[in-house]
Design a protein around this ligand. Sequence first.
Ligand code: R5P
Length: 290
Amino acid sequence: MADLDDLREGNNFGLGVATQQQGFHVKGAANLSWGMKDRLSRIFNPATGKAVMLAFDHGFIMGPTSGLERIDLTIVPLIEYADCIMCTRGILQSAVPTDVNKPICLRSDAGTSILTELNDNVVIDIDDAIRMNVSAMAVMLAVGDPAFEAKTIANLYATVDKASRYNIPVMGITAVGKQMARDARYFGLASRICAENGANIVKTYYCDGFKKVVAACPVPVVIAGGKKLPEKEALELCYNAINEGAAGVDMGRNVFQSENPVAMIQAVHAVVHKGLTPDQGFELFQDLSK
Ligand code: R5P
């Protein structure tokens, strides 16, 4: 019980001043509840509305691919520069220090490896995501894949059902099958299907006509980086995506396979949050690499 001595009557009620109504900086999230918004705000910086997510979930399908052989040596030093980290539960629990204090976007589906075609797809138990205190769960959608479209859409749907009970946002990842065109029509379709099925964030690829992909997607779109590019081209990709409406990047190889990953993630951050041009971003990369 608080000390009742000197209990002061309230006298500053702002009478005549309308209650402040807060807008919300994440697209499509204004009607969500407090817990959802809190988690989304941990990912998307309220000052810029953008996010730099560092993706290093590749091992779940590729094993110890270049740059991910030793998470402790190559990835942990990058985490402080990321707004959010995206990885599997195995790597999170075994290699990410518990005191990094960054929101986690948990890779929540699995079911294949690079040695075979997509052969099944399962999602992790919501209890495990809660135990790891994640800020988002990510699952992949294979739109247009005759064998796995229905299975992966059902997985997204089930994940949203479970995650939304606990106010955990879900990110839908648009996988691109070998036979799919990497164009705005395909990415627009796949992104919209993610959102229609309840995804709160969509991860897709940048393409010609990207503005239309973003415009028709009612939730934030972040881009994957894709295969390793020369640093300046990767920064150009970030710049173009942000300029055409992306809410951020969820980038892996173009950061951790860079000749200087610590410099690269800082350059990406500056392009995403400060609007640096690709030239300015590359100059920053070079300066930080000296
Ligand atoms: C997506 O399914 C992958 O697991 C990666 O998270 C994604 O492709 C982003 O990484 P990268 O920038 O290397 O393409």
